[in-house]
Design a protein around this ligand. Structure first.
Ligand code: ASP
Ligand code: MG
Length: 420
């Protein structure tokens, strides 16, 4: 079997859904993709910017701004109703629309977040499944909150592989073949039936997990770019497609901040040697990029990766006789407990600096660190990683920028840049 994943941008409107249908039909006609005893797993994100809009609903409700929340909610429903109508579907009868916001003021912000935000994927997949069915395709809709078992770390739920593998494999056994299964990326559920989310942009990760559980022949992520490029086309005018990559290169790229695939995507695929394709949804026959064990590496063109919204936290020992190195485990314990994502580390005789994503967890972590160390920080930073760098490229990258810190090896440069 194969797994196809479609992100929000690829299903942002009715045309996107029709395009998805065409891509799925290509797979069905292609005998190597789907034969009588095979099926296609289609993993979909929320449509367009729905996840951001749902986040605003939660935010409003948490601040008792019910009217604003409701307006936003109605906007979201209207957006989906318009797409349904354009696709010839009957809102209300083809798809039951949730009238009430699944928000419970007695529960925590994060738990409510997962109940509300998961609606985006539930809506998009229902619309797509019903639409494909009406186009005469054989389709099954799967409800991931019942299949992908997670713990209750709201907004960053950890997947229970053993339980999920069992239910998903069992479900797959029962699927009529050939068939198309349409399901949600990004969301799962706890043992007692609460919905959870796996962290923003987590749909790629879902696709990889399903590929792993079902021993997929390949996983394909359909995107609004030609494949993996050497730089973000919104920043660099001259980008080059990287046709082939090894798993480890892809991991490094995504951890450095390349927005192309979620960093957690690679491991489940690498473990089973399942190739990952990144292809343009606007041109389904294009080769795109292929990530696999036998990929070509290291990359011999410079690759520029920006990781935005960084904060550099610097720790000094409170008393002088204290050797900071001895507190390394303490520092990283605090960082780990607060779920900070470290992008760079630098140390001197008396200080240790860690650069992390400036998330909502940082404030509490700073307080915890301040109990043990003298702490200072710099925010509004971006980390630029250049792989395949040369002294010349490095000079160009530094020109006109305020560099807070730089780390270079022979092939890789990392610059912490002040954002303007
Ligand atoms: N819809 C979710 C998000 O926007 C998950 C995803 O797109 O992968 O973060
Ligand atoms: Mg997305």
């Amino acid at each position: 079997m194969k797994v196809y994943k479609f992100g929000g941008a690829s299903v942002k409107d009715a045309a996107g859904v029709r395009n998805l249908e065409q891509i799925v039909r290509l797979a069905i006609n292609d005998q190597s993709a789907i034969t009588n005893d095979q099926s296609l797993m289609v993993v979909v994100s929320a449509m367009g910017k729905t996840t951001n809009a749902l986040e605003r609903v939660v935010e409003f409700l948490a601040h008792d701004e019910e009217e604003k929340a409701l307006t936003q909610w109605v906007d979201i429903i209207d957006f989906h109703v318009a797409i349904m109508k354009e696709l010839g579907l009957q809102p209300g009868s083809d798809i039951r629309l949730q009238g009430e916001i699944p928000y419970d003021p007695t529960k925590s912000y994060d738990e409510n977040y997962d109940q509300v935000v998961s609606m985006g994927e539930l809506l998009s997949t229902q619309i797509i499944a019903v639409y494909l069915l009406k186009q005469g395709l054989s389709v099954e809709w799967w409800n991931m909150p019942k299949l992908l078992r997670t713990d209750d770390t709201w907004r960053e739920a950890r997947v229970n592989d053993e339980a999920s593998r069992a239910t998903i494999r069992a479900g797959w056994e029962r699927v009529n073949r050939p068939n198309i299964v349409v399901t949600q990326g990004f969301i799962g559920g706890t043992a007692d039936g609460q919905r959870t989310t796996l962290g923003r942009e987590g749909s790629d990760y879902t696709a990889a997990l399903l590929g792993n559980y079902l021993d997929a022949e390949s996983v394909t992520i359909w995107k609004d770019v030609p494949g993996i490029l050497n730089a973000d086309p919104r920043i660099e005018p001259n980008t080059v497609l990287i046709p082939s990559l090894r798993y480890q290169d892809a991991v490094e790229l995504s951890y450095s901040g390349a927005q192309i695939i979620h960093p957690k995507t690679i491991k489940p695929l690498e473990n089973k040697r399942i190739p990952l394709f990144v292809k343009p949804f606007g041109d389904p026959n294009a080769a795109g990029s292929r990530i696999a064990e036998d990929g070509i590496g290291p990359i011999n063109i410079p690759v520029y990766i920006w990781r935005k919204n960084q904060i550099l936290i610097t720790m000094r020992a409170k008393d002088f006789g204290f050797v900071l190195e001895e507190s390394l485990s303490e520092i990283f314990d605090i960082i780990h407990r607060h779920r900070l994502k470290v992008s760079l580390i630098q140390s001197s005789a008396v200080t240790i600096s860690v650069c992390v994503d400036n998330t909502r967890f940082v404030e509490e972590a700073l307080q915890a660190l301040q109990q043990h160390f003298k702490v200072s920080y710099n925010d509004h930073l971006s980390l630029l990683t250049i792989r395949g760098t040369t002294p010349q490229i490095l000079e160009q990258a530094k020109a006109g920028r305020t560099i807070m810190l730089s780390q270079t090896t022979r092939r890789t440069a990392r610059l912490l840049v002040k954002e303007d």
